[in-house]
Design a protein around this ligand. Structure first.
Ligand SMILES: NC(=O)C1=CN([C@@H]2O[C@H](COP(=O)(O)OP(=O)(O)OC[C@H]3O[C@@H](n4cnc5c(N)ncnc54)[C@H](OP(=O)(O)O)[C@@H]3O)[C@@H](O)[C@H]2O)C=CC1
Ligand SMILES: O=C(O)CCC(=O)C(=O)O
Length: 370
């Protein structure tokens, strides 16, 4: 029993489901963490090296994110083993197979995450009638296409800057993981006068202190190319993104990229976490003690799931963007006020805020763990 319940604590997880269909090479894990506030929403992450532990940690982050945002949803996540860039017919077969396997788990609502997008969600909706982050043609709000999470990240950055000693206009930004979250965060920050000086992807890092032309980089990425194909700047390995000097550093890729052994290399003044669980606690503590403000993931990157919740209730894109700005700004302010006035790690202030809401929701349910 101890192995199956190795992640169990007073909040969850409610269900851990292992999906295996050898006939189509389908291997996946669903973690439904906590459903006190309502059915869990959280994306499907497709990558070759995911794990059950990563899935649990991401599902827990969704529990806190959804509670902090005041959504009528608990937290969950799916990891799907495979290369997200596989031929589209193979990917469609896997996603449709996954949807069918989990069709009866009604307390989980599918959404997009790394390696999946609105097209994948359309396949899920077609199979089981239950998905968010859908294409417009299905009446959805395509959250990655409109940059819902990047919009929230940019709003969090604006609020956080009132706790830093520099303006957004002219601020040098570095993005680790120039994908759906990263490129839109760069776009919204650039609209406010910030300058993208560095960006990385799975293949390497680009640095151009003169400022990267977002339109040129976006075209390259849309064409399946790398930041390394950008015509100017200095190119290096993907890990080098940690060393780039900047004012705002935004992780927007995989977990635990910054940890106690490399955090000392960061040369920045503000971190806004676009990715889920991108820094270890030890790294956040290090930054805190060195005066670098770090806005935690489940506060800063809630834009995507807020958009998904608005879509789920039949709302429209402008309502989603307004709701994201309002909720992310309010939560960022609340967390930073608590953190500065009580000298807390911002993550601890955020956990207090979200944890209290989860526990309150649990206390109102018949079945509760505490
Ligand atoms: N999409 C959303 O709305 C939300 C996403 N998030 C989180 O944001 C993060 C990014 O998600 P999303 O933008 O959707 O994902 P995407 O797949 O769209 O983009 C991920 C980016 O990270 C790069 N990347 C992948 N692996 C690595 C690596 N090992 N080192 C460096 N870069 C890497 C990819 O490179 P390449 O282009 O070469 O593939 C790509 O540029 C994830 O943590 C996700 O959970 C959080 C909230 C909502
Ligand atoms: O895509 C969704 O439904 C929710 C977004 C998500 O998974 C996340 O916030 O990490």
């Amino acid at each position: 029993m101890s192995d199956e319940f190795r992640f169990a604590d007073e909040l969850g997880p409610a269900k851990v489901i292992h999906v295996h269909e050898p006939a189509i090479g389908l291997k996946a894990v669903l973690v439904v963490d906590n459903v006190a506030a309502g059915p869990a929403i959280g994306g499907v992450r497709m990558a070759p090296d995911v794990s059950t532990e990563e899935c649990f940690r991401l599902a827990r982050a969704m529990t806190f994110k959804n509670a902090a945002a005041g959504l009528a949803h608990g937290g969950g996540k799916v990891v799907l083993y495979g290369n997200p860039k596989m031929p589209v017919a193979d990917k469609e077969r896997l996603i449709r197979g996954l949807a069918c396997a989990l069709g009866d788990i009604r307390d989980y609502i599918f959404g997009p995450d790394m390696g999946t997008d609105e097209t994948c969600m359309a396949w899920v909706k077609d199979e089981i009638g239950r998905a968010v982050g859908l294409p417009r043609e299905f009446g959805g709000i395509p959250l990655d296409e409109i940059g819902a999470t990047g919009w929230g990240v940019a709003n969090a950055a604006e609020v956080a800057l009132s706790y830093c000693n520099f303006p957004l206009a002219g601020a040098r930004v570095v993005i680790q993981g120039y994908g759906a979250v990263g490129r839109h965060a760069a776009r919204f920050l650039a609209q406010k006068g910030a300058v993208l000086v560095g960006a990385s992807d799975s293949r390497g890092t680009l640095f151009d202190p003169a400022g990267i032309d977002l339109a040129v980089l976006d075209l390259l990425k849309a064409d399946g190319k790398s930041v390394l194909d950008y015509p100017r700047g200095v190119k290096s390995g993907r890990d080098a993104v940690i060393d780039l000097e900047c004012d705002i550093w935004i992780p927007a890729a995989r977990p635990d990229v910054v940890h106690e052994d490399n955090v000392g290399r960061l040369k920045t003044r503000l971190v806004i976490q676009g990715a889920n669980i991108p820094f270890t606690r030890a790294a956040e503590e290090y930054l805190h003690h060195h005066g670098v403000l770090c806005v935690p993931d489940f506060i800063a990157n809630a834009g995507g799931v807020i958009c998904a919740a608005v879509e789920y209730r039949g709302g429209i894109e402008t309502a989603a963007l307004d709701t994201i700005a309002e909720k992310v700004r309010r939560n960022t302010r609340e967390v930073l006020v608590a953190a500065t006035s009580r000298r807390l790690l911002p993550r601890d202030a955020a956990l207090e805020l979200a944890g209290a809401r989860v526990r309150k929701a649990m206390s109102l349910r018949r079945w509760r763990a505490s």
